[in-house]
Design a protein around this ligand. Sequence first.
Ligand SMILES: *Cc1c(COP(=O)(O)O)cnc(C)c1O
Length: 508
Amino acid sequence: MDIEEFRDFGKAAVDYIADYFQTIRDRPVLPNVDPGYLSDLIPDEAPQKGEPWQDVLKDVDRIIMPGLTHWHSPNFHAFYPTANSFPAIVGEMLSAGFGCIGLSWIASPAYTELEVVMMNWLGKLLGLPEEFLNCSQGPGGGVIQGSASEVTFISLLAAKEKKVTELKSQNSPLTEAEIKGKLVAYSSDQSNSSVEKSGLLGSMPMRLLPADENGILRGSVLQEAILKDKEKGLIPCYVVANLGTTPTCAFDNLEEFAPICQKEGVWLHVDAAYAGTAFACPEYRHLNKGVEKADSFNFNPHKWMLVNFDCSAMWVKNAKYLVEAFNVERLYLEDQHKGLAPEYRHWQIALGRRFRALKLWFVLRMYGSEGIQKHVRHQISLAQYFEELVRNDARFEVCSSSMGLVCFKLKGLESLSEKLLKIVSEKKSIYCIAGNHNRKFCIRFAICSRLTEKEDVEFAWKEFKSAADELFGLDSKMSQIVDEIPEKKLRDIHISTPRCEILHEKTK
Ligand SMILES: *Cc1c(COP(=O)(O)O)cnc(C)c1O
């Protein structure tokens, strides 16, 4: 492909994306394909001769599009949002075009330097304490990682490094291996699966302590668990606080955790993957109180801040522990600018680095802090609107409502809500998933797409309402007394698991 062809291909691809967004509202949010659908449409081997781009783009429409779940459809309400915006898409495109690998400062000075500045912009936008920023004169700083999962794992490794160094400097009678064998980590049973995984990867038992009925891990429970481990001769090392849990968007209280972590010499990491974006609005910053006492903080601009995946923002109070844990020098990596700018390769797992700061820069400049605040407030108001609709129907109850997430269920037996979700899922006109509230089944309704508007929320609510009508097989007045209907009288509904759920199970 020559440059002129690239111009045409690239422009056609941008047009294709623009058309996609123009029509996304009319597309069913969930695909209608069976597992293995794609291999029937595609040859078993790569072609011997190169093919024209027109044919390839046509096949995107024929083969790929039918198998997409439309995460940016206004009817997508599952999981949490994955961010997307036109400035970010173009940022990704340019970054691919430059195609550098920022493994050191000289490997592409703009990569490192823009990232340093963007992490300052972002930290200030969230009102983070100065000590976390690259622009403070201290040892703190921010870096962009690929995912919250990586950040939790990296922070765990840094915590381990810190604890081992500390104990060795105190002339501990234990060997390094013995110390490492005794380290323990803590989080709540509401924490993301990636928190448990970080314990597995980092060979540190991760205690998932029981949260209270509101999904919050209380300080007293944490304190008790730490004391119990110390009695057994174990060494508490790492705590992950959740600001916006995945199941219900509950917020642990940093001011409860911080004194315990300080007293016990434990690293406090804050996982605000989804909800952290809300701290761009001053009215939500009280939920981040105590963050100045944390050792590391993380949120995903790729979730709620309009920056396409991947872009996970991480700040540490002392980057020394990362660098000490990860620093491996080689002659071919040395450059004479050492020490003047962070060598971000020592802050992460991989050697190579993408230019993620570019899309972040585009989004922050083209939306401005006002645009981001508007986006957050709008999505929260849509969730509140949905909550109100649920509350106005006596058959339903709201389990929790926080940020852009509402968890709700039918009153009465848990199986009723399970059936309700099955009916709605079968129709595939909206996409929601099940969740847990206080260890009981609920339906999670998240405002995800930046295209979702009031009418879409009403549409989604109608889906639930009519599913409830169908479920009870009664007129709506009668069904308001569901609590009194024995389950066997309800229409027996056997619906197979939708295909999409099977696919999700497989990829988990
Ligand atoms: C989504 C989420 C994660 C995982 O995010 P990735 O960037 O996909 O690793 C971690 N923690 C919480 C609270 C989340 O909501």
